[in-house]
Design a protein. Structure first.
Ligand code: GDP
Length: 430
């Protein structure tokens, strides 16, 4: 029995969804739990059912018998979930079963309201930070101010006085952006519909996950965004509104009794960033273009092309030091046959100080730094057919070895393609 958090060791889009889908198929997996965030990002999962951009739904949804849980600190947008995401998955493949049998939602999860999306959009237009305009920060700001509605407020404890109070608070925020009041009757009928849609899925996650654990099954906690988007440890203000790191998973999921066995950090063999942020290792544009195209580097939610950067091990080690026990290194197949591969293993600050891997004290130091690279030769041919460490060319082995050595974190998985079988488990010979 194991309780494993799968987190992103970079800025997101590392391939967490692929790894969670892969782990979910293991015989002993009992539950996959999204523990934070909303529908503002997406994991692209490719398996025997097809290819799916998942926005809120946990990546265990394709595996029969697995309970997929939206935990306590998830901001649930019922409109997006029930009217857009689930119908989209079913349209892509009607054989994917999504029902109250395999999708559970915490009674304590935050409900993202239609006004949150309007407020997020208005603010983004005013001072753009690269928000996806999905309403996430207003929903979490309301939760901090205790002016939010939880799932149970719509399914069980309907209180019109409290709903009116929250409605008026949202109106004040809309008005501050020059927007008119939201229609009260429309709001009430939307909330009523949300309650109807949510009710069959509602669960006490503490009890649910304790029961999964008692039955001897494994629990996977799935992070939505990477460490650099963590609201406390990440690149503020270019971060998200929740913690994304492994140690926070059981508490945010709403099951604080569950103890993590380990945290697996997912990183790419290069780096991408959507929106703004401290990323200082840009690839030359002709290489970035090749990498973006081969790696299909377009945001799952926004369709925005991702800037491609060389792997930054100073940044990756910062993430490892926040509790990553082992690594899954993804997408080196995208680097096949490049003229060379750079890996950043130090920063030079404007005053001449050098920061080596393991010495980054604050993300603020990244902004002014110049990267120090170690240059590797690429390999000839395609590593996406490798199924074993011994199938990999020596130059690829050198790259993986350098990642392990510098981060002092063992690589447990190597992914060489989006499909499940394009995964090498280290220490397991085929
Ligand atoms: P996530 O949000 O961390 O799950 O990452 P995304 O889904 O946004 O981005 C990862 C993309 O890379 C998806 O399209 C995956 O199907 C794909 N992918 C995952 N692992 C690999 C890999 O090893 N090689 C290649 N070429 N693609 C991969």
């Amino acid at each position: 029995m194991a309780n494993i958090a799968v987190v992103g060791g970079q800025s997101g889009d590392e391939g967490k969804g692929k790894m969670v889908d892969y782990f979910a198929t293991r015989e002993n997996t009992g539950a996959v739990v999204r523990f934070q965030g909303g529908s503002n990002a997406g994991h692209t999962v490719k398996n025997e059912f097809g290819q799916f951009p998942l926005h809120s739904i946990p990546s265990g949804i394709f595996t029969r018998g697995v309970k997929n849980v939206l935990g306590m600190n998830v901001a649930v947008d019922p409109n997006q979930l029930f009217n857009i995401e689930i119908p989209d998955i079913k349209r892509r493949n009607p054989n994917v079963k999504i029902s109250p049998e395999n999708l559970m939602i915490s009674n304590l999860a935050h409900v993202l309201l239609p006004q949150d999306i309007m407020i997020d959009s208005a603010k983004e237009i005013k001072n753009g930070r690269g928000s996806t305009k999905s309403g996430i920060w207003p929903a979490y700001a309301a939760a901090s101010a205790r002016m939010d509605l939880r799932v149970e407020d719509l399914t069980t404890y309907w209180d019109e006085k409290r709903i009116r109070e929250i409605y008026e608070d949202k109106n004040r925020q809309l008005n501050s952006f020059g927007l008119p009041n939201y229609d009260w009757d429309k709001f009430l009928s939307e909330l009523y519909e949300y309650g109807e849609q949510l009710r069959p899925h509602v669960a006490n996650v503490n009890k649910l996950l304790t029961d999964v654990e008692k039955s001897g099954k494994d629990i996977l906690f799935e992070a939505q965004l990477g460490t650099f988007k963590d609201r406390d440890y990440g690149d503020i203000p270019n971060a998200s509104s929740t913690n994304n790191i492994g140690a926070s998973a059981p508490v945010q999921a709403g099951a604080p009794k569950i103890k993590l066995t380990k945290t697996i950090g997912v990183i790419k063999a290069y780096l991408t960033n959507v929106g703004q942020g401290n990323v200082i290792t840009p690839m030359p544009s002709e290489i970035s273009k090749v990498v973006a195209e081969r790696g299909y580097e377009y945001g799952a939610k926004t369709g925005r092309p991702r800037e491609c950067h060389w792997l930054d091990l100073v940044a990756a080690k910062y993430a490892c030091d926040l509790g990553i026990d082992s690594l899954a290194v993804m997408k080196a197949d995208v680097l096949n046959d490049l003229p060379y591969i750079n890996v950043c293993n130090g920063y030079k600050l404007p005053n001449g100080t050098v920061i080596n891997v393991g010495e980054l004290e604050s993300i603020k130091q990244i902004g002014d730094a110049t990267p120090i690279y170690k240059t590797f030769d690429s390999w000839e041919g395609d590593i996406s057919t490798a199924r074993d460490w011994n199938d990999l060319p020596d130059n690829a082995k050198r790259l993986y070895g350098f990642i392990e050595e510098k981060t002092q974190t063992p690589i447990e998985y190597i992914s060489v393609g989006p499909e499940r079988d394009q995964t090498i488990e280290m220490g397991k010979q085929n």
